[in-house]
Design a protein around this ligand. Structure first.
Ligand code: ZN
Ligand code: ZN
Length: 257
């Protein structure tokens, strides 16, 4: 019979072997999410702010497409082109293995990151031609995770229900968009609230409060902790997150005292 077989471990397996079907990423490695830049243009809401010469653009939209990528700690994965057997890449031939039907497999490997895409509500924050000291390592990551705490607490959204990433839409990684999104596929109406009423101001104010009242790193604030910027989902950058960058960022906007 022609058609598609489904197995719990491997997802869809077709009788055309050129498209290897991948097993789910190993749980031991954290996935990272990236914004693809695509979203539903018809749903777009834009708001502009001018903070004493710093021009900010807020863009809220539905059906933003995110890519979830598992790099296996940047080793990537070896995937058998014949049967889809997957293991962490060691830069050697793929291990001896059997096909899902129990036969010895001699397929050749290809190296992949494992990933999938989903759509959700997104909120982007862009700054035009502004300098924030962003050449400092961890500057934008600190601002991103500071604002996520601010959004969560100012708007009463569970932190795990939202997340964020940097999106270098200009091609310049020093001037990325900050992208915030609902973690539930399809979106749950969380981040779309940021652009409404004066919620953005509330978020900035709460963000500053969170990073100012934390005491990690002393007066300098030259680090971060689980009380301000760190959580299990941003372990990849804990060593570069500094609450002082978030304080600098919000002071630059000179919006609030
Ligand atoms: Zn194989
Ligand atoms: Zn802290």
């Amino acid at each position: 019979m022609k058609g598609t077989y489904i197995t719990p471990e491997l997802g869809f397996i077709s009788d055309k072997p050129e498209e290897p079907k991948l097993s789910r990423p190993e749980k031991t490695y954290t996935s990272r999410q990236y914004f693809t830049g695509e979203y539903n243009q018809d749903s777009e809401l834009i708001k502009e702010y001018n903070f004493n010469g710093i021009e900010a653009q807020l863009i809220s939209a539905k059906r933003g497409k995110l890519a979830v990528i598992n790099h296996a700690g940047f080793n990537k994965f070896s995937v058998c082109q014949n049967c889809g057997y997957t293991e962490i890449n060691t830069n050697k031939s793929i291990s001896k293995h059997k096909t899902p039907w129990g036969q010895d497999c001699t397929g050749k490997r290809r190296v992949f990151s494992l990933g999938y895409e989903y759509n959700t509500d997104i909120f982007q924050l862009k700054f035009k031609n502004s300098y924030f000291g962003q050449e400092k390592d961890g500057y934008w990551e600190s601002v991103l995770y500071g604002m996520l705490e601010g959004i969560s607490q100012a708007l009463g959204i569970e932190r795990r229900d939202i997340d964020g990433c940097l999106y270098p839409y200009t091609g310049d990684p020093l001037n990325p968009a900050l992208v915030f999104y609902d973690t539930v596929p399809g979106g749950a109406g969380h981040v779309e609230r940021i652009i409404k009423k004066n919620n953005f101001e509330k978020v900035l104010k709460k963000t500053k409060e969170i990073v100012s009242r934390c005491e990690c790193g002393g007066d300098e604030g030259d680090t971060s902790c689980y009380g301000c910027l760190r959580n299990y989902s941003n372990e990849y950058c804990h060593n570069i997150l500094k609450r002082k960058y978030v304080i600098e960022f919000i002071n630059n906007l000179e919006l609030i005292d």
